[in-house]
Structures are given as structure tokens and as C-alpha cells.
Design a protein around this ligand. Structure first.
Ligand code: NAP
Length: 246
């Protein structure tokens, strides 16, 4: 059995107030890391940090707003001393069929999911490069690989994250800063709660493992990628979807 030891490491997880981000933060704390999480609302972020435990910090930041990602990384570095691991997890959907997709819904999704991740990565990269150690883990989606009806904005943002991951991996490898992406399939969180029981059943029938994933299914892989066990892995996209997209 391999054990994941992140003691002495520091991590920032964007969008750690619930769902996948909350599970990631919890698993990194259990592995010994000191963490900070962020969401749009200060009280929600503080509450989530208390739930995570281990002295986790909770910050308010709207990744869709220019400047917030840089400020968030600055605050996390100040609170944690430095930043070893950045998990770009914050994400939102504004679904609509192409012909009805409004400019503001395109912008909100691209700004948060893609530009926010870029800005946080740029801000965190400096310290990581200087210390010759860093892990950037981007939470993309299977729809960034396959596309999806009614999600042109979301799929484009998630495909963009894959390009960002690979470019950052190539650019920062010489400084021992590794960048990888995880592409979840359907995971049981607030993001998928709108599915009716019927839709859920139909969906599960198309998944070889016969169920939606849990946030813990993603969190375990993040902890592994952040650990020394993954020190020779960079520039890859790991699909975690119960076998849905092969
Ligand atoms: P969720 O339950 O809706 O949680 C989204 C998280 O992102 C929350 O912590 C939210 O924080 C934060 N967030 C949203 N917009 C933000 C903004 N503008 N600035 C800062 N934080 C923001 O979603 P989830 O299912 O856990 O998804 C987490 C990530 O996994 C997302 O990137 C999503 O695209 C990806 N993903 C999810 C699935 C799935 O099936 N669930 C599948 C593939 C990929 P506040 O609301 O507190 O601000």
C-alpha cells in the first residue's frame, strides 16, 4: 500500500467551499498539508475551512473578477508562508443551446473557469519556480475532451484548461514545477443536482461502473498527483469517469 505524505507542503484550492474542492482540501489536510481554500463568499469560505480542519484558511475571491486570483495567491502565500500546490478547481456552468447562449454567459464561464485558472497559475508559478518545486493541478472535465450539447461555453473553458495545463507543463518542467489536469465525468455535487432521478438513472446506465462518481473519487487522485509518487508525471489529463469516455 502506498501512503501519501504531504507534511510540510502548502496548498491552495480554489472553489473549496463545497463539492469536489471541499473533498480535495480535506484529503490534502489528511495527508498532512497546510491548506487554504477560496469561494466567492467570506462566511461560506470560513465555514468550509472550519469543516476541513487542520488550521485551514478560508478566503473570499471571485475568480471571474480580474485581479482576484493574484490577490488570493498573495493572501495564501502570506498565510501559509509559501505555496507548493495549486489546485484550480473553481468552476461554474451557464448552460444553453448555442443560438441562445448570451455573451455574458460565455464571458462568466470563460472568465471564471479559464482566465481565473490562468491568473492563479501565473501568480503561484513565481514562488514555485524560485523554490524549484511545485504542483499545479487543474480540474477540467470530460466535456473539454468530448464537447457537449448546450455547454459550448463550459466545454470551451475546459478544453482551454487542457491547453493551459500542457503549455505550463512544458514551460515550467525545467524548474521541477509539474502541471496536470483531471477530467471528471459526472460527479455527485451541487453542479449535477439538477439531474432528475430519471436522468440520473439513464446516465448511470451509460457509465460502465454503473454510478456517478463521488468528490472523494477525484480527491484521492489530486493527493497522489501532489505527492512524491507523481514526481515523473507532467502534462497529462487523467479521466476519472467510471469508464464513461474511452
Ligand atoms: P460545485 O459543487 O458547484 O462547487 C463549485 C465550487 O467553485 C464552489 O466551491 C464555488 O464556491 C466555486 N466557485 C464557483 N464560481 C466561483 C468564482 N467565480 N470564484 C471563486 N469560486 C467559485 O461544483 P463541483 O461539482 O464541486 O465542481 C468543481 C470543479 O469540478 C469545477 O471546476 C467543475 O467544472 C469540475 N467538474 C465537475 C463535474 C461534476 O460532475 N460535478 C464534472 C466535471 C468537472 P462558492 O459558490 O462558495 O463561491
Amino acid at each position: 500500500m502506498i501512503s501519501i505524505d504531504l507534511s510540510g507542503r502548502t496548498a491552495l484550492i480554489t472553489g473549496g467551499t463545497r463539492g469536489i474542492g471541499l473533498a480535495i482540501a480535506t484529503s490534502l489536510v489528511r495527508a498532512g498539508a497546510a491548506v487554504a481554500i477560496a469561494g466567492r463568499d467570506a462566511d461560506r469560505a470560513a465555514q468550509a475551512a472550519a469543516t476541513i480542519g487542520g488550521g485551514a484558511h478560508g478566503f473570499a475571491a471571485d475568480l471571474g473578477q480580474p485581479g482576484d486570483a493574484q490577490r488570493l495567491v498573495d493572501r495564501a502565500e502570506h498565510a501559509l508562508g509559501s505555496l507548493d500546490i495549486l489546485v484550480n478547481n473553481a468552476g461554474l456552468t451557464r448552460d444553453n443551446v448555442l443560438v441562445r447562449l448570451k455573451d455574458e454567459d460565455w464571458d462568466a464561464v470563460i472568465d471564471t473557469n479559464l482566465r481565473g485558472a490562468f491568473a492563479a497559475t501565473r501568480a503561484a508559478a513565481r514562488g514555485m519556480m524560485k523554490r524549484r518545486w511545485g504542483r499545479i493541478i487543474n480540474i477540467t472535465s470530460v466535456v473539454g475532451i468530448t464537447g457537449n450539447k448546450g455547454q459550448a461555453n463550459y466545454a470551451a473553458s475546459k478544453a482551454g484548461l487542457i491547453g493551459l495545463t500542457k503549455s505550463v507543463a512544458k514551460e515550467l518542467a525545467s524548474r521541477n514545477v509539474l502541471a496536470n489536469a483531471i477530467a471528471p465525468g459526472f460527479i455527485d455535487t451541487d453542479m449535477t443536482k439538477a439531474l432528475t432521478p430519471d436522468a440520473r438513472e439513464q446516465l448511470s446506465a451509460q457509465i460502465p461502473l454503473g454510478r456517478l462518481g463521488t468528490p472523494a473519487d477525484i480527491a484521492g487522485l489530486v493527493a497522489f498527483l501532489a505527492s512524491e509518487h507523481a514526481s515523473y508525471i507532467t502534462g497529462h489529463v487523467f479521466v476519472v469517469d467510471g469508464g464513461m469516455v474511452m
